[in-house]
Design a protein around this ligand. Structure first.
Ligand code: HEM
Length: 526
């Protein structure tokens, strides 16, 4: 989770303090490289890096774009060096498939980093856990209680209610609203309601707002590429203060969770308990209480720390990833009024104008589902997915990939490959419609040209929730309202620049005024 944006480094200072190790490392790398090359497959090609820091200073603020440009020069399997770490970048669907299907088992661990160590309970969560029985068991706990079809259906009322509350709050808005924020309130509240029985953004819920602040800060710190993770000599100095911030954040999160758990154990009901079934935290604490084994062995029971690590994952991995797509989809539709009109006509035909969209409508929204796929293609929330690591030496496409090499998959670049996507920069949902060029292509990890949720064993654990939430929230906004841009802005000139931290967000938040378009009774929510 440490992949990110601009390196905020006092380079001259760093370079002078490590000058001696620089020379040493360079010589050692050179000798090792020469010795290793004899009789073995070559390493993949890539640009020459700096001594010690390797290619880190070349990444720039929008790493996904830089890597895409580098892939055009060096090919779809690109090698870089981040400090002392070997890194390979998959820049085409075919190469991504090699790593995430053919060699997936070998690339099913994540590289160690300070986020996993200091924030995620020393890799005890799902995102960072080493590939193995514990990771599998933790994923199963999430799947059974939150992401299976049955669990998803059980929690359908929670998501629909948040979408309805969003509509109600917008229906009387006289001014333009920040659509990213609106989508974020809806998606975060739905997830937090399901996970811990709290609506993070509810009025008078001071305790819960801590959650949101922590998630935001984790995203910010996670978006800083921590040089200490790649240059061991600098680790003790924590030159960017990343470890210090992570430790502080971790303490805040842990204290907050301890408080919530203590209340639960004392029999206090969660604030949002409303007869819609137990939240995930309640179910997990029951498992801890019953001393339920995690991996089958008696000695390995699910602990309170596992529970906290899991909840942390859901918030960090599942909130902003979802709402950024909602914001991008609305921006694309506002920019393309003719597609917006088709989508609204379809919504009117399927849903009518006297009620809001429900999840049972979603499978019948052919055009709208195509809009969402096209948004995931052009604006994937995690443009470089999450990093993986080679557990063993292997060979891919005739190149040697040494054990410990970090893998980045340029999901953003792959979905812009003109060989795969005609007019790749055009927002054209029709390519996914029946009879279109990509009619049968999906986002669920089988089509390597479009993998916004990743693929293989470590594919996004919350895919089913994320996809439903994105589609429901965006469809509800498009069905319930027309959207007017603030004075002076026109759809064709809408700023679509990207900002990259850990996620691919809009550089300029989307502002638009909601104009109700349904019968008045549709906005009256019980
Ligand atoms: C639009 C929404 C989302 C997108 C685009 C997204 C994307 C991703 C990606 C690219 C990965 C890495 C996959 C890989 O390594 O191949 C990932 C992992 C993960 N995601 Fe998501 N995600 C989304 C929503 C969610 C939600 C809603 C949750 C949970 C509530 C979630 C939980 C996770 C977890 C736990 C992992 C780690 C899986 C593992 O390492 O085994 N995500 N996600």
């Amino acid at each position: 989770m440490e992949l990110g944006s601009a390196m905020d480094l006092p380079l001259p200072l760093l370079l002078s303090t490590v000058a001696v190790s620089a020379v040493l490392c360079y010589v050692l790398f050179f000798i090792a490289g020469k010795a290793g090359a004899k009789g073995r497959a070559p390493l993949p090609p890539g640009p020459r890096g700096w001594p010690v820091l390797g290619n880190l200073p070349q990444l720039g603020g929008k790493t996904h774009q830089t890597l895409h440009e580098m892939s055009k020069v060096y090919g779809p399997l690109l090698r870089l060096r981040f400090g002392s770490s070997n890194v390979v970048v998959a820049g085409s669907a075919a190469v991504a498939e090699q790593f995430l299907r053919v060699h997936d088992a070998n690339f099913s661990c994540r590289p160690p980093n300070s986020g996993g160590e200091h924030m995620a309970y020393n890799y005890q969560d799902v995102v960072f856990a080493p590939y193995g029985p514990r990771w599998r068991a933790m994923r199963k706990v999430c799947a059974v209680n939150l992401f299976s079809s049955r669990a998803l259906d059980d929690l359908r009322a929670v998501r629909e209610r948040e979408a309805a509350l969003m509509v109600r709050s917008l229906a009387t808005s006289p001014a333009a609203v920040a659509l990213g924020k609106v989508g974020n309130v809806c998606t975060t509240n739905a997830l937090s309601r399901a996970a811990v029985g709290l609506r993070v953004f509810a009025d008078g819920n001071e305790g819960a707002s801590d959650f949101k602040e922590i998630v935001l800060e984790v995203m910010q710190v996670g978006g800083v590429l921590n040089v200490g993770d790649f240059v061991p000599a600098l680790r003790p100095f924590d030159p960017q203060g990343v470890v210090r911030k992570l430790k502080k954040l971790h303490r805040r999160f842990d204290d907050m969770m301890n408080g919530i758990i203590a209340e639960r154990r004392a029999g206090v009901k969660p604030p949002a308990a409303d007869g819609e079934g137990k939240d995930l935290l309640g179910l997990l604490l029951e498992m801890v209480h019953k001393e339920q084994p995690l991996t089958g062995g008696d000695e390995d029971r699910i602990t309170t720390t596992d529970v906290k690590a899991l909840i942390l994952n859901l918030f960090v991995a599942g909130t902003d990833t979802t709402s950024t797509i909602v914001e991008w989809s609305l921006a694309e539709l506002i920019r393309h009024p003719e597609i917006l009109k088709q989508a609204q006509e379809e919504l009117d035909a399927v849903v009518g104008r006297d009620r809001l969209v429900s999840e049972s409508d979603l499978p019948r929204l052919t055009i709208f589902n195509a809009v969402i796929k096209e948004t995931f293609r052009i604006h994937p929330s995690t443009p470089l997915s999450l990093p993986r690591m080679a557990s063993q030496d292997c060979e891919v496409n005739g190149y040697r990939i040494p054990k410990g090499t970090e893998l980045l998959v340029n999901v953003w670049g792959i979905a812009r490959d003109p060989a795969l996507w005609p007019d790749p920069l055009e927002f054209r949902p029709a390519r996914f419609l029946p009879g279109g060029s990509h009619e049968n292509v999906d986002v669920k990890g089988a089509d390597f040209g479009l993998i916004p949720f990743g693929a293989g064993r470590r594919i996004c654990a919350g895919l089913s929730w994320g996809l439903r939430m994105v589609t429901l929230t965006s469809a509800t906004l498009v069905h319930a309202f027309d959207w007017e841009l603030p004075a002076g802005q026109t759809p064709d000139k809408l700023n679509m620049d990207e900002a990259f931290t850990l996620l691919l967000q809009r550089a300029v938040p989307l502002m638009a005024r909601p104009v109700p378009r349904l019968l008045p009774s549709a906005y009256e929510i019980a």
